[in-house]
Design a protein around this ligand. Structure first.
Ligand SMILES: [Zn+2]
Length: 232
């Protein structure tokens, strides 16, 4: 099967499309104002929003649910989220306050992007499909769910061997939204950051060579190599 990974957005906030002969799986959904960014990226790849079969969320924060509700109401696209983050994706809980070192410039750039792309007015989901650890979803690329609690209770990694990729959401970052550092680090704004290192051990033996984070450039290497580069 032909499968292609399409990166949509930028190193501040990105979503990703896995495009196959059977349609598209969208991993995360950016910021609420990212409709045109998504439409343009799909067009450039010869695809359309109608090709999207499902959105799979790495977690339920507002900078990841972005255009998911628009896709649901406009095109009937279902969104899959871990059951422990379903309430968050539907607007029942606000994310926790940032922790750790914060520098003004990068922080302002993140919030400026969020402002420009509608991130301060999240559009929560009216309906979700819940997933659990170990599920393999009936979507293009057959995404496999690996529970990764820490950043949020329902954070997951999403494994798609068809594109040799592992999506880890905000468990890890390669561009810290608050201080601009491009080291591999644990993501900020976490509910239970002490849980994340243990969760990440679940990924260590996976063979995928493309590790995709919610914020920052793609890491080219295995999960073991990325964990080896992690600044603690
Ligand atoms: Zn995020």
């Amino acid at each position: 099967m032909n499968a292609e990974l399409i990166r949509i957005g930028d190193d501040i906030v990105a979503m990703h499309a896995v495009a196959t002969d059977e349609g598209i799986t969208l991993i995360d959904a950016g910021l609420p104002g990212d409709r045109r960014i998504l439409q343009r990226a799909l067009e450039a790849a010869g695809r359309r929003p109608e090709d999207i079969r499902g959105v799979v969320l790495t977690h339920g924060d507002s900078d990841h649910i972005g255009v998911a509700e628009w896709l649901r109401t406009e095109y009937g696209v279902p969104t899959y989220v871990h059951e422990a983050d379903a309430g968050r994706a539907q607007g029942e809980k606000t994310p926790s306050a940032p922790g750790g070192a914060m520098r003004l410039g990068p922080t302002l750039r993140f919030f400026a992007a969020a402002l420009r792309r509608g991130g301060l007015r999240p559009r929560h989901l009216g309906e979700v499909r819940t997933v659990q650890d170990g599920d393999v979803l009936p979507l293009p690329g057959s995404p496999e769910i690996i529970g990764l609690p820490g950043h949020s209770p329902g954070s997951v990694a999403i494994r798609i061997p068809a594109v040799d990729a592992l999506f880890v959401g905000d468990a890890l970052t390669t561009r810290h939204v608050l201080n601009g550092s491009e080291d591999v680090q644990l993501g900020p704004f976490s509910d239970a950051p002490e849980q994340t290192p243990e969760s990440l051990e679940r990924l260590r033996d996976l063979p995928e060579q493309t590790i995709v984070v919610g914020h920052g450039p793609i890491f080219h290497g295995t999960a073991a190599e990325m964990l080896g580069a992690l600044k603690r």
